[in-house]
Write a protein that binds this ligand. Structure first.
Ligand code: NAI
Ligand code: MG
Length: 354
């Protein structure tokens, strides 16, 4: 098991250190674990004058999975794209062809009161949003701002090819087989031709998975039902733009951004796992960041890249038990619980694993 650890900047370094200890603790003894570290983001600029150094990309390519922390510095969007620490992750995903972004939203019952919705609505919530990452409005041509009839016109193009929809569709149905065998494909086929194609191809792919239930939903209805009755969903598969918005909305159902892991896969076996959050400069270097999103990213890695559901379940149970024991970092703290720092939370998870 070759793992590239790209911890990056800010709290990325702190939370990744804890996640790595968890990784080392759950890998079965029969597996040879090979861990290599490489700089990315601001750390890449310091080490090699490039947020995504060639050696880092090379290491990533040679790995079975990547554990990524976070990259970026406030204000770095003023720099040219290739020199922005915060853009190193986008470059890395693109270079590795990672088109399928898995973002689970599940609620630990201990944290139900941190949700934006009432406990009755979110209790037992466990859904997976699968967002297509490399197509859609964000990449379609033509694009730009051009003069037309004496004023400026802004243009972006929603574009999906059949093969792009097909490959994300397969990823969705395969993910559903590891869960509750339900896929909801979210589109806007009533208005957009690109989404009519999306729906047709999804329906077609679905025929190859007769054991998985496929439904279709328009994105506006999906947004509403995600707030009204989120537990009806298992896997939601959708395009880049709708997925961007729905996954952030779903995140708030579960409480803190410090609890949310993610994983990205391509057509090969290489996977990239990372917390959803960024470098959090406001709390970096203070040992107060929540490491659970990074630790739960290792759980996803065990499940999706290495087919080790037992190791994954052990991590989930360990996190549940430390929450049940009352351990809380500042972002999820409530009176009556026990406030701990990044390292102490990591240690508590390790102790629970043991
Ligand atoms: P952020 O996710 O870093 O922080 C947003 C808020 O959530 C902050 O108040 C922060 O303290 C809090 N927070 C985030 N993670 C936390 C954790 N684990 N525990 C406790 N609190 C946590 O997003 P922001 O502030 O918009 O971006 C900061 C920098 O991170 C920017 O340079 C941005 O470009 C970069 N960024 C990088 C990402 C990545 O590498 N995947 C994703 C998002 C932002
Ligand atoms: Mg977003």
């Amino acid at each position: 098991m070759k793992i590239a650890v790209l911890a990056g900047d800010g709290i990325g370094k702190e939370v990744t250190a804890e996640a790595l200890k968890v990784l080392q603790a759950v890998v079965p003894k029969t597996v040879v674990l090979e861990v290599s570290h490489a700089p990315i983001g601001g750390a890449g600029v310091e080490a090699a004058g490039d947020p995504l150094p060639a050696a880092t990309l090379e290491l990533a390519r040679r790995s079975d999975a990547i554990l990524f922390g976070a990259a970026g510095e406030p204000g770095d969007e003023k720099l040219p794209f290739d020199m922005r620490p915060g853009a190193s992750l986008l470059r890395l995903r693109k270079a590795l062809g990672l088109f399928a972004n898995f973002r689970p939203a599940f609620l630990f019952p201990e944290l139900a009161d941190a949700s934006s919705l009432k406990r009755e609505i979110v209790d037992g919530l466990d859904l997976m949003i699968l967002r297509e990452l490399t197509g859609d409005l964000y990449f379609g041509e033509p694009r730009g701002v051009t003069p037309e009839d004496g004023e400026r016109v802004g243009i972006n193009t929603m574009r999906y090819s059949e093969s792009e929809v097909r490959r994300i569709g397969h990823a969705a149905f395969r993910a559903a087989r590891l869960r509750n065998r339900k896929v909801c494909s979210v589109d806007k086929a009533n208005v957009l031709e690109a989404m009519q194609l999306w729906r047709e191809v999804m329906t077609d792919v679905g025929k190859e998975y007769p054991d998985v239930e496929l439904t279709h939903m328009f994105v506006d209805a999906a947004a509403m039902l995600l707030m009204r009755n989120p537990r009806q969903f298992d896997v939601i598969v959708t395009g880049n733009v709708f997925g961007d918005i729905l996954s952030d909305a779903a995140a708030m159902l579960t409480g803190s951004i410090g609890m949310l892991p993610s994983g990205s896969l391509g057509s090969g076996t290489l996977g990239l796992y990372e917390p959803v959050h960024g470098t959090a400069p406001d709390i970096a270097g203070k040992d107060i960041a929540n490491p659970l999103a990074a630790i739960l990213s290792v759980e996803m890695m065990m499940r999706l890249s290495f087919d080790l559901p037992e190791a994954a379940d052990r991590i989930r149970r360990a996190v549940s038990s430390v929450l049940a024991e009352g351990y809380r970092t500042a972002d999820i703290y409530q009176p009556g619980t026990r406030k701990v720092g990044t390292r102490e939370m990591g240690e508590a998870v390790l102790a629970a694993l043991r």
